[in-house]
Design a binder for this molecule. Structure first.
Ligand code: CDP
Length: 788
């Protein structure tokens, strides 16, 4: 009876949650129209004339052509009209048991660690407890999430629980979207946003409390945040506005965090209420399973579960990436044709970070009668989001992660086994509402071989962008930062060398152990870009092509604009459209061509809509026609609408920063040589020379490394003598992605300089390592001292 009651309560939660989500979806739909239309306002406002007086802010307003009724959405902070929100009754959560203890510790502890399994109520309840404990009177409560989807969905949920509008007492701030107001007390944010806030206001004194959620994920940003917040806390300790830190983790190993935060108090929230039955693959019994193809096994397993488990038990499948997920979704949809008559319909729902927000929300919606929802997700659903109704988890045991090889500056994207902790997390998703089952597509023996914990991101990524941000905060010696898990010395040195070569930092002592930002590095920090991409903008300013550079760099931050067509397009058609955009100069210029073509299209569309509006067409039909025209344009030109929208928002943001930096706007028109030069200078570490004999390209800074141009590049056929690329991908070979034709003279002086710096750097590094070997750190505690 208890379970039944809980289920009823859960159902009411779902409906109300959906109420909010639907509301938000409508708003977001409007934003899509809006965001797709900026090219009009953008082009008008960004002509050099209007920008020079700095009085024209970049407009993100809806299409001026659609009359004002649609253009003015209801203010986010207006009083709520829907009375249902006031009546919200939250189901019991494991965290309720320790509420008194938490209130007590919140009143007395500077740092608190809260450990509890996913679903115990940490993310939604702890911030509210802070408000109830009166802490919010002294400053905002910040909650950091590794992913934007979690920040948005948690804020929506807590707003419902507190009976307030989103952007009222509870708000969120993620990249390109700030839904907060002067009334906001709880602000959910991505950890990257908090980091950028710290760059502007290093003491973060607007906030009384920072809650680092999902600390067990050990994302790069959350590790960096822990490092700088510890320092910030020390600085605010003796003021009348001390900083409270709450570290929340879903894995039970608190020791590391406890040691890092000076033996901070730990509050344990008891585990989930419902048992989970775990099934591993047994090759002797499960003969139809493939030994290697987990995607194939996934489809078989879903079919098996669908035909054997009770109706209404939704399934959550863990795979590694969007392509795989879409392929499985497609196959599952096709399975419906061969199911027995009495079986329910399989409703496949993909869920991954790059999916459109309204598409992501489908995962949270109530399953229709007569269907079984099968959510196919990346590790996004592992800890970050709560999906109600899941009773079965199917775990491929795989995850895709990027790993940086510092020795040759290559990011290797690889599918590998999850850790034991991850596998447990995944299984746990099945037992949130009722007893559940987890089908693991690997054997019990395989599981035993998995690593215990995830490798922290800081140990496997390029550190240059992070160091740049930390140096902006005053860090001088990255070798002596107090990380929870310090990165390898070799990785630190590689990042320092890269930043020095790009002109962003310079050494200030003879043994090259301390560095400071250069003026140029200071400018780089203003842009939320990698140092290389910021360098392109810097150079473009000199060359007189900042407008073009911003468009290209913005497009480089999104996934591919050119979608390569859908199943319905013939190869010949795809080729025809591809050639329309392809340029001899290379892929960066192709990006520019796509963006400019799109801008022209929006110009014409907006003019037409404006004219139609004069003929008194209804707003609704104007909006419908407008959206249809955009869809048709994107379809005809095989442009990914979502990526275009993202690129357009990033372009606006970059322009806004440029205005704040008093950048003199310039355009090179048809003189594309200037923009190619800016790209070459920014990416000079990636310049290559063609080796005709080998039929491969040699990296100019390290000719021992040879690469191929990826077949998706326009230059893979013409093979010019000198190129630069945006990134290297290692699959069955080393491929250069996004390639541009360059003149060797543009990069030679920079490469010579780089080699000189590297020589000094290597000599000094060798010496420093010898010295470090001689002086052993005295105590463990001393090693943890933060020395900026
Ligand atoms: O942070 P933790 O994983 O411990 O739990 P939580 O995110 O606070 O979730 C507590 C409960 O709130 C879940 O069991 C869900 O029932 C509900 N919830 C929800 O319905 N929608 C969300 N976006 C977040 C939580």
């Amino acid at each position: 009876a208890k379970i039944q009651m809980k289920e009823e309560l859960m159902n009411s939660t779902v409906q109300m949650t959906n109420g909010v989500l639907t509301k938000k979806t409508n708003m977001e739909m409007k934003q899509i129209i809006t965001a797709s239309s900026p090219p009009k306002t953008k082009i008008q406002s960004m002509t050099p004339k209007s920008v020079n007086n700095n009085s024209t802010p970049i407009s993100k307003k809806p299409n001026a052509a659609i009359p004002s009724k649609n253009a003015e959405p209801k203010p986010k902070n207006s009083p709520r009209e829907d009375a249902t929100y006031e009546k919200f009754i939250r189901p019991q959560l494991p965290i309720d048991v320790v509420e008194q203890q938490l209130m007590h510790e919140l009143a007395s502890q500077e740092t608190l660690i809260v450990i509890g399994e996913t679903g115990s109520g940490k993310s939604t309840q702890v911030p509210q407890l802070c408000v109830r404990a009166g802490i919010a009177e002294k400053g905002l409560i910040a909650v950091t999430e590794p992913r934007r989807v979690a920040a948005v969905s948690l804020a929506s949920r807590v707003a419902v629980e507190m009976g307030t509008d989103l952007g009222g007492t509870v708000g969120y701030h993620v990249r390109f979207e700030n839904v907060t107001s002067h009334r906001t007390k709880i602000e959910y944010m991505t950890d990257g946003i908090v980091l950028r806030k710290a760059l502007v206001s290093p003491l973060l004194d607007k906030y009384s409390t920072v809650i680092i959620d999902e600390a067990h994920e050990r994302s790069l940003h959350s590790d960096v945040l822990m490092c700088i917040l510890r320092k910030c806390q020390a600085q605010r300790r003796s003021t009348d506005n001390p900083l409270r830190l709450i570290i929340m983790s879903a894995t039970l190993q608190a020791d590391k965090f406890q040691a890092y935060f000076d033996n901070a108090k730990v509050v344990l929230v008891s585990g989930r209420t419902f048992p989970i039955e775990i099934h591993h693959v047994n090759p002797k019994i499960n003969k139809s399973f493939s030994a290697t193809d987990y995607v194939y096994n996934t489809v078989i397993c879903v079919k098996h579960v669908h035909l054997t488990e009770p109706k209404g038990h939704d399934i959550l499948v863990f795979l590694t990436g969007s392509e795989e997920i879409e392929a499985v979704a497609h196959q599952l949809a096709e399975l419906n044709g061969s199911l027995p008559r009495e079986a329910d319909f399989i409703l496949p729902v993909p869920l991954y970070a790059a999916l459109r927000p309204e598409k992501q929300r489908e995962a949270f919606q109530k399953t229709p009668q007569g269907a079984r929802k099968v959510i196919i997700s990346t590790n996004i659903a592992e800890t970050s989001v709560t999906i109600p109704g899941i009773r079965v988890v199917i775990d491929s045991g795989k995850v895709k992660t990027k790993r940086f090889e510092a020795s040759n500056r290559i990011d290797v994207l690889k599918v590998h086994n999850v850790s034991k902790a991850q596998a447990k997390q995944r299984a746990g998703r099945a037992g949130r509402d009722a007893p559940g089952k987890c089908y693991r597509l690997y054997t019990r023996e395989d599981f035993q071989k998995f690593d215990a914990e995830n490798m922290p991101e800081i140990l496997r990524c390029n550190l240059s962008a992070t160091f740049l941000e930390l140096m902006k905060l005053g860090m001088k010696n990255p070798h002596r930062l107090g990380w929870i898990d310090p990165p390898e010395s070799q990785n630190i040195d590689a990042a320092l060398l890269e930043l020095t070569s790009l002109g962003a930092i310079r050494p200030i002592n003879s043994d090259r152990s301390k560095f400071v930002l250069t003026e140029m590095g200071d400018v780089f920090c203003m842009y939320p870009l990698s140092p290389e991409h910021a360098r392109i903008l810097f150079q473009a300013q000199k060359e007189g092509c900042i407008m073009e550079a911003i468009k290209i760099v913005a497009a480089m931050q999104t996934d591919a604009l050119f979608s390569g067509g859908s199943d319905s397009k013939s190869d010949a058609e795809v080729e025809r459209v591809r050639r329309k955009f392809e340029t001899r100069e290379g892929d960066h210029i192709t990006l520019l061509k796509i963006v400019l073509t799109t801008n022209d299209f929006f110009d014409q569309l907006n003019a037409k809509t404006e004219a139609d509006a004069r003929y008194n067409k209804s707003n609704k039909s104007l909006e419908r026609e407008y959206n249809e025209a955009i869809r048709k344009f994107c379809n005809d030109n095989m442009i990914n609408e979502q990526h275009l929208k993202t690129g357009s928002m990033i372009e606006d943001q970059l322009k806004q920063i440029a205005i704040e930096q008093n950048v003199k706007f310039s355009t090179c028109g048809a003189d594309l040589l200037k923009i190619r030069k800016a790209i070459a200078v920014g990416l000079f570490l990636n310049s290559c020379e063609y080796d005709r004999q080998e039929d491969r390209y040699r990296l100019m800074i390290n000719p021992a490394i040879t690469v191929k141009i990826h077949p998706s590049s326009a230059l893979s056929r013409s093979k010019p003598a000198y190129i630069v690329f945006s990134e290297l991908m290692k699959t069955n070979d080393l491929y250069a992605l996004q390639v541009t034709l360059i003149d060797a003279d543009w990069v030679r002086p920079l490469i010579t300089e780089h080699k000189k710096i590297r020589k000094n750097h290597l000599a000094e590094t060798a010496q420093r390592i010898q010295q470090i070997a001689k002086v052993e750190p005295k105590t463990k505690k001393q090693k943890l001292i933060v020395t900026f």
